[in-house]
Each structure stands twice: as structure tokens, then as C-alpha cells.
Unconditional design. Structure first.
Length: 161
């Protein structure tokens, strides 16, 4: 592995081995990340969600809580992710005509960012929603999971173009 590529990949050491980055010398600062995704589903599921009559119960509430829990469990799921204090998680689910948009915003005051926590939140909220509606729409799918914006840390503010 070249010196240039190992610098670009902070979780890879000089020999090319994966390792956890030491963030102990970084300053504590407020950091926030917002991620989004969507669950594509059938018109029947959209109607059930809007009516609040999904057979398994309040699918949107279950997905919201799952997303919040997931953000807090991210280091248990992503091997090189640092365990950090999560100070706020907001999961918004918007039922649209052909899908449910999921937006998760995660905040901390710590030494590393919360992009992975926001992505994990969206992913698990989407999986929980699919679990709640799969009897009605077995083809429901989670797509387009991505970071939309991050604030704080040495790179400051970044937003998807």
C-alpha cells in the first residue's frame, strides 16, 4: 500500500492492516450528522401507514424507536467505530406517495463524528419498517442510505451538493 493511500484511509496502518484510529488527542467538540434513506413500498402499505392501520401495529413508531436505539448501538455493529456519548437522536419518517423517507440526525460532544451513527439509525429504522410491513409487501426495499450533512470536527461543515 502506498504512503498516499494509507494517509487517505485513516483506519489502515502503514502495513495495510485495519486498526481503530486513536482519537484521544482530538479536542472535544459538538458534532452532528444527518443521514437519509427511503423504504420503497406498495400503494397498499402507503395507504395503511397513512391510516395508521398496519396489521402489526404502529409501524412508524416502531421504526423511529429502532432508529434511536441503533444510533446508540453503532459501535457494537461497526467494528472500528468508536463508542461515544450520543446526546441526541432525531428520526423522522415521512410517508410519501411511493415510499417512506427516513432522516436521522445525531448529535454528540465528543472527539469523533457521528456519521456512522446517523447511517446506522436510518438503516435500522428502515429494516424495522420493512419488518412491520413485509406481510403486506414482501418486496419493500431500503434504498439510498447516505450522509447528507455533517457539522463539527476538523473538517467543519460538509453538505451533500
Amino acid at each position: 500500500m502506498s504512503e498516499e493511500s494509507s494517509r487517505a484511509l485513516s483506519h489502515v496502518d502503514e502495513q495495510g492492516a485495519a486498526h481503530m484510529v486513536d482519537v484521544s488527542a482530538k479536542d472535544i467538540s459538538v458534532r452532528e450528522a444527518r443521514a437519509s434513506g427511503r423504504v420503497a413500498t406498495s400503494a397498499e402499505v402507503i395507504a395503511l401507514l397513512r391510516a395508521g392501520s398496519v396489521p402489526k401495529g404502529d409501524a412508524l413508531a416502531v421504526a423511529r424507536i429502532a432508529g434511536i436505539q441503533a444510533a446508540k448501538k453503532t459501535p457494537d455493529l461497526v467494528p472500528l467505530c468508536h463508542p461515544i456519548a450520543i446526546h441526541a437522536v432525531r428520526v423522522e419518517l415521512t410517508v410519501r406517495d411511493e415510499d417512506v423517507q427516513i432522516v436521522a440526525t445525531v448529535r454528540t460532544a465528543d472527539r469523533t463524528g457521528v456519521e456512522m451513527e446517523a447511517l446506522t439509525s436510518v438503516s435500522v429504522a428502515g429494516l424495522a419498517l420493512i419488518d412491520m410491513v413485509k406481510a403486506v409487501d414482501p418486496a419493500a426495499s431500503l434504498t439510498d442510505v447516505r450522509v447528507e450533512e455533517k457539522l463539527g470536527g476538523k473538517t467543519g461543515h460538509w453538505q451533500r451538493g
